[in-house]
Design a protein around this ligand. Structure first.
Ligand code: ATR
Length: 270
């Protein structure tokens, strides 16, 4: 049985073991997937011990994505652009490769939901790691422009500079008036039950609100968007399953169906 694992700190609540176990069943792949709590100062050692025991690949979550980026001997283009690695695997020559499937997971979910994306103006809230990882994939999926709005404006502007003329940065409070069809919350404000403090005017013409966070109840941001009349909302559960599906494809060469797994996870949310 081929072994895989997700590394994080904390890790007890990770949904990845359940997701990959369901994928493996669905695709009849003989594999085992576990959660590993790596010490805060010992990610590399933890990974190497896992490989020494036969580990074939891994996922990496908070706070180790930058350390995994540093550990990988080779990076995919999207991992290099994201500055973070969430998927580790070995290539044919035994080289440790780092990829980042978060952006692909988001795009896959937006396509599944038939959210407006191609040729659309996208408003992206937040300029941290979660935001950085999805900008390249959103552009590749055909977004006409991406406006990054962040509490700290300078961080949004700095991030935007990496991506050329279609991407710009501003403060949450100074979002340029435009028809943003799609608004994506990539801030961590929801973790404390808050929402990014943008003006309702920014949602004029918006038909879809997406929050990268998820939970049993709609996030504060999605509730507010609904109140403002945005007709469709989705949380990040589909993105979570989407990034996992892309990692599974890298490791096993098979693309699992995400719908039944999203449904199973929704049921299991507490
Ligand atoms: P992540 O990897 O999840 O993106 P991060 O790098 O710590 O985590 O970034 C958190 C993001 O959420 C940042 O954009 C942060 O804004 P600042 O750069 O101004 O700190 C944003 N954020 C966190 N709490 C917020 C809040 N209450 N309102 C608005 N933005 C918030």
């Amino acid at each position: 049985v081929d072994r895989y694992a997700v590394f994080g700190h904390p890790i007890a609540h990770s949904k990845s073991p359940l997701i990959h176990t369901l994928f493996a069943q669905q695709c009849a792949e003989a594999m085992q997937y576990q959660a590993i709590l790596a010490p805060l100062d010992g990610f590399a050692e933890s990974w190497q011990a896992f490989v020494a025991e036969g580990g074939r690949g891994g996922n990496v979550t908070v706070p180790f994505k930058e350390q995994a980026f540093a550990l990988a001997e080779q990076l995919t283009e999207r991992a290099a652009q994201a500055g973070a690695v969430n998927t580790l695997y070995f290539d044919q020559n035994g080289q440790l490769c780092g990829d980042n499937t978060d952006g692909a997971g988001l795009v896959q979910d937006l396509l599944r939901l038939e959210a407006p994306l191609k040729d659309q103006q996208v408003l992206l809230l937040g300029a941290g790691g979660a935001s950085r990882g999805v900008i390249g994939p959103l552009l590749q999926a055909g977004a006409a422009s991406i406006t990054i709005a962040n509490r700290t404006a300078a961080k949004a502007q700095l991030l935007a500079e990496h991506f050329g003329s279609k991407v710009s940065g501003c403060a949450l409070t100074e979002i340029p008036p435009a028809a943003y069809s799609l608004v994506i919350n990539a801030t961590s404000s929801g973790l404390s039950g808050e929402r990014p403090a943008i003006a309702a005017e920014a949602l004029k013409g918006c038909t879809f609100a997406y929050d990268m966070l998820y939970g049993k109840e709609p996030t504060a941001f999605l509730r507010w968007c609904a109140q403002q009349g945005v007709p469709r909302q989705a949380d990040g559960l589909g993105m979570l399953v989407g990034q996992a599906a892309e990692a599974f494809r890298i490791w096993r060469g098979k693309t699992p169906a995400v719908e039944p797994v999203i449904a199973a996870l929704k049921k299991a949310l507490v």
